[in-house]
Design a protein around this ligand. Structure first.
Ligand code: FES
Ligand code: FES
Length: 168
């Protein structure tokens, strides 16, 4: 089937098998490999992206379900190749990653949270990120990073990402 979607602000059109998952479309068709496949069973969150502004686990969404819609991956968050989104800066500043496998999904889930709740409490951050697993960090620095990004007004930058205005 033919699928057309906006990915990080650019339109992508491709003929794919009906059962193609969104994460496979992003990785294999769009060439965007930040969304990782950690489990394929909706458990780890490593594949999290924004679909029309809502965070989704892209291993649980068919590319057909994203037809005509806007997807933002972590590659589309920053405003340019030399830039980082405030959430990415906070992850770096707070040492919120080690191996980095979970990080793209974690960042997208955090961006989605701040869009809905610009100043979450620590408990709200922990609850929002429950679906994203990290085997390295123990989560404390991730939570600190999200809280720091919230204090720094990362939600404002997130709005732009959510609507997918940036080009890939
Ligand atoms: S690969 Fe999608 S939730 Fe783990
Ligand atoms: S930094 Fe390694 S899984 Fe999170």
């Amino acid at each position: 089937m033919k699928v057309i979607m906006t990915v990080n602000g650019g339109q992508i059109e491709a003929e794919v098998p009906d059962r193609t998952l969104l994460v496979d479309f992003l990785r294999d068709v769009a060439g965007l490999t930040a969304a990782n496949v950690g489990c394929d069973t909706s458990s780890c969150g490593a594949c999290t992206v924004l679909l029309d502004g809502q965070s989704v686990k892209s291993c649980t969404v068919l590319s057909a379900q994203a037809d005509g819609r806007a997807v933002v991956t972590v590659e589309g968050l920053a405003s340019g190749p030399e830039e980082m989104h405030p959430m990415q800066r906070a992850f770096r500043a707070e040492h919120a990653l080690q191996c980095g496998f979970c990080t793209p999904g974690m960042v997208m889930a955090a961006v989605s949270l701040l869009t809905e709740n610009p100043l979450p409490t620590e408990d709200e951050v922990r609850t929002a990120l429950e679906g994203n697993l990290c085997r390295c960090t123990g989560y404390h620095n991730i939570v600190r990073a999200v809280l720091a990004a919230a204090r720094d007004g990362a939600a404002a930058g997130s709005d732009e990402a959510v609507v997918g205005r940036r080009s890939a």
